[in-house]
Design a protein around this ligand. Sequence first.
Ligand code: NAP
Ligand code: GCO
Length: 284
Amino acid sequence: MSDFLKNFSLEGKVAWITGASYGLGLAYAVAYAESGAKIVFNDINQELVDKGLAEYEKRGIKAFGKVCDVTKEDQVQAFVAAVEKEVGTIDILVNNAGIIKRIPMHEMSVEQWNQVIDVDLTGPFICSKAVLPAMMEKKSGKIINACSMMSEFGRETVSAYAAAKGGLKMLTRNICSEYGQYNIQCNAIGPGYIATPQTAPLREKQPDGSMHPFDRFIRSKTPAQRWGRTEDLMGLAVFLASPASDFINGQVVYIDGGISAYIGQDPGNLDPSKFTDIDESTAQ
Ligand code: NAP
Ligand code: GCO
């Protein structure tokens, strides 16, 4: 490998991706493993951790996985201590774990609001706080947050999620500001609409077999006229975790097929025969 390409390698790094049993977290972890990193991950219950371990084993990846709820600081601290004992200090943290509740705000309970804020915003705070001391000691570290189109735009029914993802954009900037002096970079990936279980309800066929209205809508807002695939995000995830991005800090990098640059077209003008259809069986 050329000296230049070594800048994109994660050889020997320990990468922790939260909530990485499937979906985008699994894709990031696979990309990191392919780039030389040791993979550690957590999920909310043993069934999901086992599912993730099986997925990694299928790909020849020996991952370290344990149950850990990112909203519980005691569990996170214990998880990090176990990783440091059994694998090594964490070089890369991807705050990927997230939930969404699509409920009109005037019908949303405070409990439902708090559940989303706890996972999507407080979780990244708790996990980042847990890995920072070792990164400060090492004078090196990468923290990558999972922002969203909803870090910039609102839409009906996602008030708590948008507030969390908007806050996560500012947490990204603040970690950059406070810890850049330790050679720690904190950036965020801002995916567009990606085919995963989280967005599956937005693509469900209608009873008459027609497209979900939101599926047609989001394709009309995307120049590529397609949903993103998890593999579309793997390159950026590796780049932001690698030495090649050491002078990028505090940024949200949007990887959205052009949604944030495009006013959109009349959904009625779309020709479904031209769509690069998502194979839902792969939208893991
Ligand atoms: P996903 O399919 O819902 O996966 C999220 C993962 O996080 C699941 O394994 C989930 O477990 C886990 N998780 C939830 N709460 C947790 C907790 N308290 N502690 C630990 N793990 C927890 O989501 P995704 O589509 O892969 O998205 C991953 C991240 O990217 C999320 O932060 C999401 O907001 C963000 N994002 C997604 C898109 C998109 O279009 N898909 C776009 C922009 C940003 P459970 O199965 O138990 O929930
Ligand atoms: C929604 C979707 C989005 C995506 C993603 C877009 O209901 O609008 O779930 O929020 O998950 O965050 O970037």
